[in-house]
Each structure stands twice: as structure tokens, then as C-alpha cells.
Design a binder for this molecule. Structure first.
Ligand code: GLA
Length: 396
């Protein structure tokens, strides 16, 4: 029998293992970022395509002066419409009318305030607003972002030409991995190919639905959804979320004018219970004290940012009345009593529904009143306004 010398076989095996390992090293997302859900501001919900460097600078200033930075917000992200074309060498060109100082100067300014800078592109030929996409330019664009000082990339899915989503998003993941700068990678394929089943090793966060609208319930033909419609689509995705990889039910509409303060409080509470990324989408320069108080409630934000990284889940669904619960690192629970109905309702939760023995006596703190309500045995109940929540922390 013609045997290969053992040394040759071993060498072959070592080579194969080496190849597999180096491939793995590039493929697994291990960028150490977004260990808690990212918090920041994004231009899209309020400004759409009408965005420019002056607005971005003022928004960064307002993030600091409003107390949002102190509450944990850090990323200032420019969404679609900053890019206009490519030059002959394929370099992406910015809209010089809107961004006359250039992206490097803008990133430097944002960094000078102790904040981080984010940008947007698309895995297809064109962005959703018809600007140049990154398909075929992934490595060149990633290098450019790093040179500008970008810390966060939102990557959209318009004009994707029927590509395989995993392959398309992996390509930019691999480009970011070698661009020389840590960049949070935010996938925006609207849940269309179930990213919660494949994106964990590719991105730090992935959109789970179509675009949020500034309404409680409403539906656009093109896929836009209201707050509670998006909420319903998060059920069942819980196990995909954790430190470094989050389900993203889309950016916040708090303060954009289409909902009541009660509804905005509910929207914000639910996003925090879901361990959702908290990207404010309103005009931070002119928000009312009421809106600012919602966005900067540090007790509610602490639920979102809890280091255990559990996404909360619905534990009871009685039609318009729901109870949601999130396990926290210290063993306590954050609980939301949600009233989707048109009239005030009394909502009760039993401790057994949130994983505690029936006889438990627990301290209840109201996270919006910022007040300890006392010790409760067996459970708790409260009157909840229409389209509102009561949000509590339960500590046995
Ligand atoms: C898509 C995204 C939005 C926004 C727009 C920009 O609709 O889902 O979040 O980025 O594109 O064109």
C-alpha cells in the first residue's frame, strides 16, 4: 500500500486547521462593542433627507446640554442622504452643499464633545433614497469610514438586487473587521430574512421590522408600523438578544409630535424592557421638558442597559391588557403593565407569572413616579391609563 509519510499528513492537517481558524477569525463577529444596547440619536425620523452638518453639530451640542449624554446616550448618527456619487476611483463623495466641512471635521467635532459618530450606507447598488450604495465597494468604503473617524455604521437593504442577505451583510462585516477602527455594525434589513436566526455573528444589532411611524397603531402600504404593531412582532425573538447582539425594533419616535406623552412613555418603557437600542429620533434642540424627562429617565434606561442583556418577554396577554417582564442581573424583575385599550384599566400581576414563588413578598418601585410603593405579597396591581403603562421594579 502506498502510504504518505506521517509528517506530510500532519503538515496537511495543520495547514487545514490553520486555514479554518483564520477563516473563523474573520468570520465571527467579536468586535467587543455594544455589550449593552447602543444609545444615541439618528437623523432619519425627524429630518429624513433634509440633513446637514449644522443640524448634526447642534444635535450633538443638545445631546450634551440636555443631559442625554449624562443619561448614557453617545452616538450621533447621520442616516441616508449624506452621499451623492463616486469619483472615477470609486471613492464615495459627500454632498458638499450640506456638509461643506467634510465628514472628518464633523466626526472630530462630535468626538470633541465626548460623543461618537455614526453614518449610513446600503448593501445594494443604491440607498433607499437613491444615493450610491456600498455593493462592490465594501472594503473601500469601510476604509474611508475609518479614516473619517466613524464609530457606527447603519447598513440598509434597499436595491439589494436579490443578493443573499447573509452573504451581503457578512461582506461589510469582514470589511469593517479589517478597516482599522472599531465600528458598531447595525443591520437594517427590516426582518425580511429573519436576521435573528443568522445575524448574531455578523452584526451588533439588526432591525426586526419595517420602519416605525410616529403613531400608536397605523399602517403604511410600504411596511411602516405603529409602536404596538412593532411590539407584537418582537414576541418569540427574545433568545437571539444578548450582550453584543441585539434585536432592533427601530428608532424612537418620542417627541416627534404624533403621540401623547402617555403613549411616548409607554413606547420608551417597552423599548427599554425589550433591551432595544435607544436611538432618539426627535429634534433634541427644541424638546419640551416632558419629552426630555422621558428620554432621560435613568431608572428606566437602567432596565434597558442591564448588564445581563436579557430581552424582556410578554408573560400575559388578555387582549388589550398585557404584562411584560424582564429579568435583571441582580435577580430582580422589571415589569410593565400595558393597557392598549381605550379606557383606564386595573391591571394585576402575580409574582408567579414573573418567575417567583407565590408566597414571595417583594419591594415594588414605580420607575416613572421614582417612588418605592412598599412591600407586596403574591403580586401587585395598579390603574393604568389608556395607551399607557405602569412600569415597576420588583425586588423580592
Ligand atoms: C429605510 C430604513 C430607514 C431609513 C431609510 C432611509 O427605510 O429602514 O430606517 O434608514 O431607509 O432612506
Amino acid at each position: 500500500m502506498n502510504r504518505k509519510p506521517l509528517s506530510k499528513v500532519l503538515f496537511g492537517l495543520a495547514l487545514l486547521a490553520g486555514l479554518l481558524l483564520s477563516h473563523q477569525a474573520i468570520r465571527a463577529l467579536d468586535n467587543g462593542l455594544a455589550l449593552t444596547p447602543p444609545m444615541g440619536w439618528n437623523s432619519w425620523n425627524k429630518f429624513g433627507c433634509e440633513i446637514n452638518e449644522q443640524i448634526v453639530r447642534e444635535m450633538a451640542q443638545a445631546m450634551v446640554s440636555s443631559g442625554m449624554k449624562d443619561a448614557g446616550y453617545g452616538y450621533i448618527v447621520i442616516d441616508d442622504c449624506w452621499q451623492v456619487a463616486r469619483d472615477a476611483a470609486g471613492n464615495i463623495l459627500i454632498d458638499e452643499k450640506a456638509f461643506p466641512s467634510g465628514m472628518k471635521a464633523l466626526a472630530d467635532y462630535v468626538h470633541s464633545l465626548g460623543l461618537k459618530f455614526g453614518i449610513y450606507s446600503d448593501a445594494g447598488t443604491k440607498t433607499c433614497q437613491g444615493r450610491p450604495g456600498s455593493w462592490g465597494y465594501e472594503f473601500q468604503d469601510a476604509r474611508q469610514y475609518a479614516a473619517w473617524g466613524v464609530d457606527y455604521l447603519k447598513y440598509d437593504w434597499c436595491n439589494n438586487g436579490g443578493q443573499n442577505s447573509t452573504a451581503a451583510y457578512s461582506r461589510m462585516r469582514d470589511a469593517l473587521a479589517v478597516c482599522g477602527r472599531p465600528i458598531v455594525y447595525s443591520l437594517c434589513e427590516w426582518g425580511s430574512t429573519k436576521p435573528w436566526t443568522w445575524a448574531r455573528d455578523i452584526g451588533n444589532l439588526w432591525r426586526t421590522t419595517g420602519d416605525i411611524q410616529d403613531c400608536w397603531v397605523c399602517k403604511k402600504d410600504w411596511g411602516g408600523l405603529g409602536v404596538v404593531q412593532i411590539l407584537d412582532l418582537q414576541v418569540g425573538l427574545e433568545s437571539a438578544a444578548g450582550p453584543g447582539h441585539w434585536n432592533d425594533p427601530d428608532m424612537l419616535e418620542v417627541g416627534n409630535g404624533g403621540m401623547t406623552a402617555t403613549e411616548y412613555r409607554a413606547h420608551f418603557s417597552l423599548w427599554c424592557l425589550l433591551a432595544a437600542p435607544l436611538m432618539a429620533g426627535n429634534d433634541l434642540r427644541s424638546m419640551t421638558p416632558e419629552v426630555r424627562d422621558i428620554l432621560t429617565n435613568t431608572e428606566v434606561i437602567a432596565v434597558d442597559q442591564d448588564p445581563l442583556g436579557r430581552q424582556g418577554r410578554k408573560v400575559r396577554d388578555d387582549g388589550d391588557i398585557e404584562v411584560w417582564s424582564k429579568e435583571l442581573a441582580d435577580g430582580n424583575r422589571a415589569v410593565i403593565l400595558l393597557n392598549r385599550g381605550e379606557a383606564e384599566a386595573k391591571i394585576a400581576v402575580k409574582w408567579t407569572e414573573i418567575g417567583y414563588p407565590n408566597k414571595t413578598s417583594a419591594l415594588v418601585r414605580d420607575l416613572w413616579l421614582k417612588k418605592d410603593l412598599g412591600k407586596f405579597a403574591g403580586g401587585f396591581s395598579a390603574a393604568v391609563p389608556s395607551h399607557g403603562v405602569v412600569m415597576i421594579k420588583v425586588s423580592p
